[in-house]
Design a protein around this ligand. Sequence first.
Ligand code: DAH
Length: 330
Amino acid sequence: MEDLKSKIVSTTNLDDLETLRVTIFGKKGVLAAEFAKLKDIAPEKKRDFAKELNETKAALTEVFEKQKAKLEAAALEEKLAKEVIDVSLFGYEATKGSLHPVKATMDKIIDYFTALNFSVESGPLVENDFTNFEALNLPKNHPAREMQDTFFLGDGQLLRTHTSPVQIRTMMDRKPPIRMIAPGAVFRRDYDLTHTPMFHQVEGLVVDKRGVVSFANLKAILTDFLHYMFGDVEVRFRPSFFPFTEPSTEVDISCIFCEGEGCRVCSHTGWLEVLGSGVVDPNVFKAVGYEDVSGYAFGLGVERFAMLLHRVPDLRSMFEGDIRLLEQFR
Ligand code: DAH
């Protein structure tokens, strides 16, 4: 009995204790063997024998349960110690993506015009001579074609040099009134600090019955648009030339770097050119078969806007996909 007790108390894990339990309390265990002796014992001694045996069993059970509780507690303790989380370890940082500054700028421009009920149109990147030039009052051999260094693809096809052909396609497709913008990629043979062979433009066109829209509307909407984009800047309309508009103006804002004082970015003029625009030339309406209408149009380079808004000095960096540049725009 004392021997069994000390065996129980000296177990060090639950498996050993379980083996011991079977040896002592099991069907073929020590206690069962003792109880089996009862039938051979003289009747007058049976009672005392059974009583003693039951006491022994109760005592062993108590020791066993105590030991079991002790070992279970120790096992749990050990498990908890093993599973402890070291909060001082470095975790994995979830990286946050961001919109490319050109895309973000494009979205901002589109938001402005869609809020004013402009539709968003698109056209093919591979254009033909008619839609890219001819219908925009740029006949063959017209010197203004020189302004746009074209990638010719042969068979009269070319990569569009501006988004203005989407004006033509939309007007050929649809009756007036028209109130549209056309954002998208354009291509020119150019590569330096401020030019890349592919860049993005947003073209705008508003057409209605003759006399409904005027240069005054153009001036008002573009002034408001530039305030929306650049905040509190001065806006000026400067006479210029585009074959598809007459009169034509280029639109400048006061330099956002020097606030009009004159600096390297604005070539010491105090002004930054940001838009081309004008009243649609009658020859353009003639090319698409529109009559008795008037309208205005404008076009802008999205990268130029993005560069000014984010003060990026080299346009080419916008297309190098350097993650370190993009991370700055999160
Ligand atoms: N298409 C011109 C360009 O690529 C931009 C432009 C200027 C578009 C004046 C217009 C406009 O619609 O009226 O440089």
